[in-house]
Design a protein around this ligand. Structure first.
Ligand SMILES: Cc1cc2nc3c(=O)[nH]c(=O)nc-3n(C[C@H](O)[C@H](O)[C@H](O)COP(=O)(O)OP(=O)(O)OC[C@H]3O[C@@H](n4cnc5c(N)ncnc54)[C@H](O)[C@@H]3O)c2cc1C
Length: 93
């Protein structure tokens, strides 16, 4: 049994993705790598940082590796030595 993952130039489906957030951009990369022609539509005039940072869990890192983004991430990210989660009402760990 063979599974076809690449399409020929003549049969490239065109895919529209609405929203250039984490989900939309990840989907765009994955779908484009399968041979589709992807266009991402974003309502914001520019993409920028929201908040102080983003915590990537192990499964996210696996997905980033699949998308070929792991090395770039590791060059820009840092590995925290510990986390402290607090209840926002009481402030207790
Ligand atoms: C304060 C905060 C901290 C967080 N911290 C973490 C964290 O540490 N780790 C973690 O894994 N997750 C974290 N999250 C969650 C994470 O940010 C979301 O799960 C993730 O951004 C969702 O991705 P998304 O692509 O679904 O949506 P979004 O990232 O929200 O992207 C949606 C995009 O679609 C665009 N859009 C919407 N409607 C239209 C339209 N009609 N036309 C065109 N464009 C449109 C929006 O402008 C936006 O750019 C945090 C969230 C918040 C709010």
């Amino acid at each position: 049994m063979s599974i076809r993952t690449k399409l020929s130039v003549h049969e490239r489906p065109r895919v529209a993705i609405v929203g250039a957030g984490l989900g939309g951009l990840s989907a765009a990369i994955a779908i484009a790598r399968s041979g589709c022609e992807v266009t991402v539509y974003e309502q914001a005039s520019s993409l920028g940082q929201v908040g102080a940072g983003i915590n990537l869990t192990p499964n996210v890192l696996l997905a980033m590796r699949e998308l070929g983004l792991e090395q770039g991430l590791l060059e820009r990210a840092f590995r925290p030595e510990h986390h402290v989660f607090r209840d926002f009402r009481s402030g207790r760990d």
